[in-house]
Design a protein around this ligand. Structure first.
Ligand code: FMN
Length: 185
């Protein structure tokens, strides 16, 4: 399998970083593209640099529109944008492909591959909601960065794993990150 992960400047880059490590542990080829603000927020919130991600994935520069993931002829099994800012969400919802991240998302959509967007903002105004609706109508899976509490988490990593596990579910990738409702503990 081959998955693209995009990280933007929304809060919650720990979800994206954990997702990349989980994909690596599952032996899945992962391509990563991070926006300028994505890199800054990830460093600020988690102390994680691009260098730390290099060991888990191939990293592409966001201004390199010549990268393989910029073309539909480069086969992938889908893309996750996690976390996704309202800025990037708006761009993708309106067909903008000016950066590698936006272009890769547009390619995944036009090739009828799986695009999972993990938006993070609160509260949401009407245009955010309309952009999400537009994307959902175009077949994009919207997975809000809003972990459940029904597994009674007591530690932060349990909330993070909940989100990452649900994202992997959307990609139909088997994992053991979450305790599933209705299944024995
Ligand atoms: C610490 C920090 C947290 C932020 N959190 C969010 C957020 O949760 N959602 C959001 O849409 N923007 C958030 N922003 C603003 C985005 O970073 C900003 O809109 C930026 O232009 C997004 O660019 P990008 O889409 O290219 O990553 C945050 C900015 C900072 C500095």
């Amino acid at each position: 399998m081959r998955i693209i992960v995009g990280i933007t400047g929304a809060s919650g880059s720990v979800y994206g970083y954990t997702l990349i490590r989980a994909l690596h542990e599952l032996g899945i080829e992962t391509h990563v593209v991070i926006t300028e603000m994505g890199e800054k927020v990830m460093q600020y919130e988690c102390g994680v640099s691009l260098d730390m991600i290099k060991q888990y994935a191939t990293i592409h520069k966001n201004n390199n529109l010549f990268a393989n993931i910029s073309s539909g002829s480069f086969k992938t099994d889908g893309m996750v944008i996690c976390p996704c800012s309202m800025n990037t969400l708006g761009a993708i919802a309106n067909g903008v492909g000016d950066t590698l991240l936006n272009r890769a998302a547009s390619v995944v959509m036009k090739e009828n591959r799986k695009l999972v967007i993990v938006p993070r903002e609160t509260p949401l105004h009407l245009i955010h909601l309309k952009n999400m609706t537009k994307l959902a109508e175009a077949g994009v899976t919207i997975v809000p960065a809003a972990p459940g509490f029904y597994h009674r988490p007591t530690e932060l990593w349990e909330l993070i794993n909940f989100m990452v596990g649900r994202i992997l579910d959307m990609l139909t990738i088997d994992h053991e990150l979450i305790q599933r409702w209705g299944e024995p503990q």
